[in-house]
Design a protein around this ligand. Sequence first.
Ligand SMILES: NC(=O)c1ccc[n+]([C@@H]2O[C@H](COP(=O)([O-])OP(=O)(O)OC[C@H]3O[C@@H](n4cnc5c(N)ncnc54)[C@H](OP(=O)(O)O)[C@@H]3O)[C@@H](O)[C@H]2O)c1
Length: 245
Amino acid sequence: MKRILIIGATSAIAEHCARIWAARGDALHLVARNEQHVQVIASDLKVRGASEVTTYVTDLNNMDKHEELLDVADAALGGVDIVLITHGTLSNQKSCELSVKETLAEIQTNALSTISLLTLNANKFEAKQSGTICVISSVAGDRGRASNYVYGTAKAMLTTFTSGLRQRLHKFNVSVVTIKPGFVDTPMTSELKKGFLWAKPSAIAARIVDAIEKKNTEIYMPSFWWLIMFIIKSMPDKLFRRTSI
Ligand SMILES: NC(=O)c1ccc[n+]([C@@H]2O[C@H](COP(=O)([O-])OP(=O)(O)OC[C@H]3O[C@@H](n4cnc5c(N)ncnc54)[C@H](OP(=O)(O)O)[C@@H]3O)[C@@H](O)[C@H]2O)c1
């Protein structure tokens, strides 16, 4: 039985991960900002077999609450084995271009709030010399593109931060798993036109749970995104800036 803290627990990808863990009888502590939604998910997870489900409600941009939320999770679960951090927003690139305030708010939600949680959690896991931290970054962080470079910048921060954290924590028996999904059909992307590159959140969740189990490092999901991003990253800037990829 694993003790799992899920931060951003109303995310569709997080909910599908939680269903897999619940079916295994794991104990779950869910953190989200929407109280009603997280209670519905918690009740469902109990029915699905979770040995225990507790909740904590906060807006994750309220970083003053981060220490408290991690302490509450520790107390609720009697110690944490796995932390999954999933919250995020798909930035409106056009309005960010017109507003510094909105740009910085997007960086706050998609990077700084997560970096705060990672730092606090890393120190807890380092002290007890065990644990797995998993964060959802994105392929969007691999190269800045005109269509979504604000969101991409935030995700690049997470990818780089977790790379350093992984190296720092390796000698303390703490794993850091960075997930880089491509397009996933969730509420975040409900307004985007879907095509053959799109994945279901249940499929991504199954791979996330597996990656955590195997203590993988940085993984593209589905794996074909490795090739797509390799090609995009390899393009010389002279050519890349003329494209609309
Ligand atoms: N879907 C994709 O194509 C895709 C691709 C690559 C990476 N990702 C990443 O995957 C992760 C999960 O997203 P998803 O696809 O599962 O989308 P989702 O279902 O829309 O989940 C996003 C979650 O983030 C929460 N959230 C946003 N801001 C928050 C805040 N300030 N405080 C607390 N919670 C906050 C939302 O809460 P509310 O429900 O209360 O709004 C929602 O539960 C995100 O980090 C996203 O960037 C998604």
